[in-house]
Design a protein around this ligand. Structure first.
Ligand code: PDD
Length: 287
């Protein structure tokens, strides 16, 4: 079955879909994006991602291309037309198309693209049972990682470097030696006292929507989580390390830079949190 994409007002065969060579997303990375996971054909953490999308757009002074309600129709229509039951949806909004000039063009309309693809949940579950390894890298990104822009070149290069060493994710470390986040995920460690730590949002990181949901889920358990900075050394000495994102959900990290975390197997807390997140996402996914 050929896939269908939404491109600037039309649903088109994805293989035929095109955007302008003067799209500012293409020329300047002047664009933002969101990724939703889809469970049972419905979008998980719908509101959280829409809230962050509106914030990212506002920070870049790009107008919402359509009201939320219309956006929702497009997102669900792309899921429906692609017959996605388990998968993900990608949305990108650029400032629009205009002759190349760094300053904002006048009267430009935002350009919007939505795609969807299936995800093999069984393969993902197997991956989570095995856990993945990570490579630490200096965080050389710009100072506004709170905005979800498509300007991801440092992430791309770091994730490729990790891949070339057989690692599944990057752990970015700031100039003071503290973990910021992953290449495309938020990072957590569990100390020997059982307290879960994750970097606070005053740091230069993305406010993960999965992170926000997980914080709420953890609040309903006996577990304690603190939003504080922790060093790479502390993470390596942790009993568990894990990451979250709409793509990987909750994924245990079993080694960093070749150093085993705990006994080198996914820990019980990360595994339980993965299960809770998936149950929650399935039960609350909307539309
Ligand atoms: N990445 N930090 C970074 C740098 C990210 O790129 C992402 C998500 C996250 C987690 O955010 P969320 O829980 O809202 O997905 C944290 C997406 C999935 C991506 O680039 O594909």
């Amino acid at each position: 079955m050929s896939r269908t994409a939404y491109v600037n007002g039309a649903y088109v065969r994805q293989s035929d879909a095109v955007v302008s060579i003067e799209d500012r997303g293409y020329q300047f990375a002047d664009a933002v994006y969101e990724v939703w996971s889809v469970f049972d054909g419905r979008l998980a953490d719908l509101e959280g991602h829409l809230n962050r999308l509106e914030r990212s757009l506002a920070e870049l002074k790009i107008a919402m291309p359509m009201p939320r309600s219309a956006l929702l129709v497009v997102l669900t229509e792309v899921v429906r037309r692609n017959r996605i039951r388990e998968g993900m949806v990608y949305l990108q909004i650029s400032r629009g198309v205009a002759p190349r000039d760094h300053v904002f063009p006048d009267n430009v309309r935002p350009a919007m693209v939505v795609t969807a693809k299936p995800v093999d949940r069984i393969a993902a579950a197997k991956k989570a049972l095995a856990g993945i390894t990570a490579k630490s890298m200096p965080d050389i990104r710009w100072g506004r990682c709170d905005i979800k822009t498509v300007g991801l070149l440092p992430n791309v290069l770091a994730k490729q470097a990790a891949r070339e060493e057989g690692a599944g994710e990057v752990i970015f470390v700031d100039s003071d030696g503290y973990v910021t986040e992953g290449g495309s995920t938020n990072v957590y460690m569990i100390g020997t006292n059982g307290v879960i730590l994750t970097r606070d949002l005053k740091a230069n990181i993305l406010a993960g929507v999965t992170r926000l949901t997980l914080l709420k889920l953890i609040a309903g358990t006996g577990l304690e989580i603190r939003e504080v900075a922790f060093t790479l050394e502390a993470a390596k000495a942790a009993s568990e390390v894990f990451i979250t994102a709409a793509t990987s959900l909750v994924m245990p990290i079993i080694a960093i830079d070749g150093h085993l975390i705990g006994d080198g197997k996914p820990g019980p807390v990360a595994s339980a949190l993965r299960d809770s997140y998936i149950i929650h996402a399935r039960n609350t996914a909307l539309v």
